[in-house]
Design a protein around this ligand. Structure first.
Ligand code: FMN
Length: 199
């Protein structure tokens, strides 16, 4: 079983990264093979709406996204972590998402999916926020994630929200960290059920 963890905060080893690491810890306890991508360290250009993917299903830009398309295709579990920025995901996360227009075009314009539709992927959105939790603050980010997960043929399983990070660093919240480890283990079990049913 393979998992892909996308870390969409520009700050390495801070709140979002810590949460992602704990989810990974839970996955690794179940011996899931995990690849982690720190978007801040990758070179991913924004979509230019050139239209190339509308006739090919592929992106014309050759950068770190090229490998990522393949990794999405080959993963059973996909975790996207982003801090809440202006009630949405970070810029680097959104740039990565926009580049998935290539998958969208391949399916809905060309009817020739460039992602394997038969693989039962599950996805989680891990979102840290500086302010105290207000459900409405997450609407923008979660509607983006919903469409993103649909573009990459992934069932949007759940969110993992962590609030008040501007007051308390996530690293000093053992309850949150433990819940993240438990989520990793749960993801393994959920993916296992879906893989079993797809055979
Ligand atoms: C540009 C920017 C915009 C932000 N917008 C919000 C916001 O809309 N709501 C919120 O609760 N926190 C907001 N924050 C705070 C971050 O979401 C919070 O500090 C987050 O946990 C940072 O994650 P990190 O430590 O992984 O970088 C914002 C921070 C920045 C830098």
């Amino acid at each position: 079983m393979k998992a892909l963890a996308i870390m969409g905060s520009p700050r390495i080893k801070m709140n979002t990264d810590r949460v992602i690491e704990k989810i990974i810890q839970g996955l690794k306890q179940e011996e899931v093979f995990v690849e982690k991508i720190e978007l801040a360290k990758r070179k991913i250009e924004p979509c230019t709406a050139c239209g190339y993917c509308e006739s090919t299903g592929l992106c014309i830009i050759r950068d770190d996204m090229t490998d990522l398309y393949k990794q999405f295709d080959e993963s059973d579990i996909i975790i996207v972590g982003s801090p809440l920025y202006f009630n949405s995901v970070t810029g680097i996360t959104k740039i990565m998402i926009d580049r998935c227009q290539a998958f969208w075009s391949s399916k809905y314009i060309l009817q020739k999916p460039s992602i394997d539709r038969n693989r039962p992927r599950i996805g989680v959105f891990a979102c840290t926020a500086g302010a105290p939790h207000q459900e409405s603050d997450y609407i923008g980010a979660t509607v983006v994630m919903d469409l993103f997960f649909r573009a990459i043929n992934t069932e949007y399983l759940c969110n993992f929200f962590v609030d008040r990070t501007d007051q308390i660093f996530v690293g000093s919240r053992p309850d949150v960290l433990e819940n993240a480890v438990n989520l990793g283990q749960r993801l393994f079990k959920e993916a296992k059920i879906r893989i079993k049913h797809s055979i």
